[in-house]
Design a binder for this molecule. Structure first.
Ligand code: RIB
Length: 307
């Protein structure tokens, strides 16, 4: 385990997953198969990826006062995560995600925030000391934006590295972007933030430059199986991903983020940390579901040793 401390602030969901041949069209009813409920939420998935990769990690989040909430909190502890700042909120349910996975392994997701909406600036304030003392803070966009803005400002003011995975896609205030040290959009999210459609390396370079212009030093645009465009202060390059046969891509980006941040906090160079994240994500896409697919450190090291 790295001595450096990572805090993840984010969401927890119960994922209701159904496999379908093709996604249903408006007005269409189709029959799927393999219905299951497993633990997810972009925040929790990233926390689990970090915990299983060996990070020293604390998670700030909320669950509902329900069975799923109790079970997921217990599971997060098994995944070597400090869950002291994960509270059960009375009168609400644990967040929910409805997910279709098609025969190509692609997914569409709709979420109901539930207890994730209770991660307010006041809630953050209760646990602010974790952010102040952390080496890095990793966030996504499934918690209230005002909390993310407050957490980024708190981290920035205290010398904590701020990493943002801007998923799901939405536009963001410059006030937030100027506090971010590392941003990890996928192609869609990069287009949302910059207006530049990322169709190749040239466009990735331009989108990264637009994000650098907002004050972000490190921009990592994930490109699915092709890898990631990694740009530091305008110097960019493609770091290729690993070829695997995907089963489903749920939480691939989350696993990348959690793994990469763990490797960075261990002192690895950025490109090496990105490669570590790619390896973790490559394993995850060969398995179904979100958290059930996230690999442990020994698996990632073994995968990398074989390359
Ligand atoms: O990134 C995948 C996650 O998005 C799922 O686990 C689901 O809960 C949604 O938050």
């Amino acid at each position: 385990m790295s001595g450096k401390k990572l805090v993840v602030l984010g969401s927890i969901n119960a994922d209701h997953i159904l496999n379908v041949q093709e996604f249903p069209r408006p007005g269409e009813t189709i029959t799927g198969q393999g219905y299951r409920i497993s633990f997810g939420g972009k925040g929790a998935n990233q926390a689990v990826a970090a915990g299983r990769s060996g990070a020293n990690i604390t998670f700030i989040a909320c669950v509902g006062e329900d069975d799923v909430g109790r079970q997921v909190r217990h599971q997060l502890e098994q995944d070597r995560i400090d869950v002291a700042p994960v509270e059960a909120i009375a009168g609400t349910h644990t967040g929910v995600a409805m997910i279709f996975v098609n025969r190509h392994g692609e997914n569409v997701i709709a979420i109901d925030a539930g207890a994730n909406a209770a991660v307010t600036p006041d809630y953050l304030n209760k646990y602010r000391q974790h952010v102040v003392e952390a080496d890095a803070l990793l966030m996504q966009l499934e918690t209230p934006l005002e909390t993310i803005v407050a957490a980024a400002a708190l981290a920035k003011a205290n010398g904590t590295t701020v990493a943002l995975n801007p998923a799901p896609a939405r536009s963001l205030p410059d006030e937030l972007l100027s506090c971010i040290d590392i941003i990890t959009p996928n192609e869609t999210e990069a287009e949302y933030l910059t207006g530049i459609a990322v169709t190749g390396e040239e466009e990735a370079h331009r989108a990264a430059s637009a994000l650098h212009a907002k004050g972000i030093r490190t921009v990592i645009i994930t490109l699915g199986s092709r890898g990631a465009w990694v740009s530091v202060e305008g110097e960019g390059q493609l770091v290729k991903g690993f070829r695997v046969e995907p089963v489903d891509t749920i939480a691939a980006g989350d696993t990348f983020n959690g793994g990469m941040m763990t490797a960075l906090l261990e002192g690895r160079a950025l490109l090496d940390a990105v490669r570590f994240g790619h390896a973790a994500a490559a394993i995850a896409v060969t398995r179904p579901g979100a958290q059930p697919s996230v690999p442990w450190r020994e698996e990632i090291d073994a995968f990398l040793a074989k390359q």
